[in-house]
Design a protein around this ligand. Structure first.
Ligand code: PEP
Ligand code: MN
Length: 339
């Protein structure tokens, strides 16, 4: 249910409404609007009609049921786009398109520092790199783990770029949060509800990738798991889905961008590297993502793709990344945005 407060509702009236919501066993989520506040009450759907009685409380204008299965992620609760602050000068969801770039995995100090400096130079805003790698085969490189996190934090210090790195299980979530500015949930874990709840309790923005076989509605329900734990900073990522097509690693669902923009206030970014699986297709899909309204892109960049421990085939060299960003600026301008 959404409790719409009157524009002149006092703090005391809001607090009374919040306590009543809690008394009924629901979780209040305050959404500050420009003219009035609304309070989302989420919890067990079965008894929600008890919340209707809040209508008679002072300061309350009306009670509206949220019809979508995802509540806090929906536009019913918050119409304006959410802007998620990552650092002093990087936010996701505003007029600036955010560029995240870096290797699939952190491999050694020289590699990550080199990429960090190169992508920064080219104009990237955030450094990516996996320290914990969820690999399809147990016999392939699994990441440098804590050592990798330390190297990422060194690369952040040198380049000044905030970092995004993956969390693969609830046990190591806190450790990753100590080092990273954004917690990435990968496609393989997008419906790991215990993990989603865990990162929902942490105070770091979460980049939630779409599961490779997930519908858009399921993606939003996964986002809801994080939001309902009180973490409001969720960024969605379209990274391609499984189809019958084999010419590309996945099929980039570009239409997910306008659909998500209609359904949710959360920012949406696109990862064309994992979507296509081939570096040669990455530039065109990046341009298309920006043209379709994405708030950002995530690109794999490696100083020497042929020698990469993982995903070399889809990684751009720093030079190709830099020239792609040059071109991308034109697409951003065409959509009334900037990079
Ligand atoms: C990654 O970003 O390196 C990654 C493993 O991505 P995905 O979860 O989309 O496969
Ligand atoms: Mn990868």
């Amino acid at each position: 249910m959404i409790i719409v407060m009157k524009p002149d509702a006092t703090e005391k009236e809001k607090e009374d409404v919040i306590s009543r919501i809690k008394e009924y066993g629901y979780r209040p989520h305050i959404i500050q609007g420009t003219t009035r506040d609304v309070i989302g009450a989420v919890g067990d759907e079965r008894g929600k009609f008890i919340l209707q009685s809040l209508e008679s409380m002072n300061g309350v204008e009306k009670i509206v049921p949220i019809l979508k299965p995802y509540k806090l992620a929906s536009k019913e609760v918050k119409k304006e786009a959410s802007i998620i602050k990552i650092s002093e000068n990087v936010s996701i969801g505003g007029s600036k398109i955010v560029v995240m770039a870096g290797p699939c995995a952190v491999e050694n100090e020289e590699q990550i520092i080199k990429v960090a400096q190169a992508v920064k130079e080219a104009g990237a805003d955030i450094l990516r790199g996996g320290a914990f790698k969820p690999r399809t085969s147990p016999y392939t490189f699994q990441g440098m783990k804590k050592e990798g996190l330390k190297l990422l934090s060194k690369a952040r210090k040198i380049s000044g770029l905030p970092i995004v790195t993956e969390v693969v299980n609830p046990e190591t979530a806190e450790l990753v949060a100590e080092y990273s500015d954004i917690l990435q949930i990968g496609t393989r874990n997008a419906q790991n509800y215990e993990l989603l709840k865990r990162v929902g309790k942490l105070k770091k923005p979460v980049l939630l990738k779409r599961g490779m076989s997930m519908t858009i509605q399921e993606l939003l329900m996964s986002a809801e798991y994080i939001l309902s734990e009180s973490n409001r900073s969720v960024i969605l990522c379209e990274r391609g889905i499984r189809t019958f097509e084999t010419k590309t690693r996945n099929t980039l669902d570009l239409s997910a961008i306008p659909v998500l923009k209609e359904e949710t206030h959360l920012p949406v970014i696109v990862d064309p590297s994992h979507a296509t699986g081939y570096s040669k297709y990455v530039p065109s899909m990046s341009y298309a993502a920006v043209a379709a309204g994405a708030d950002g892109i995530m690109i794999e960049v490696h100083p020497d793709p042929d020698k990469a421990f993982s995903d070399g085939q889809q990684s751009l060299t720093p030079e190709k990344f830099a020239s792609m960003l040059q071109m991308l600026r034109n697409f951003a301008i065409a959509t009334g945005r900037e990079i």
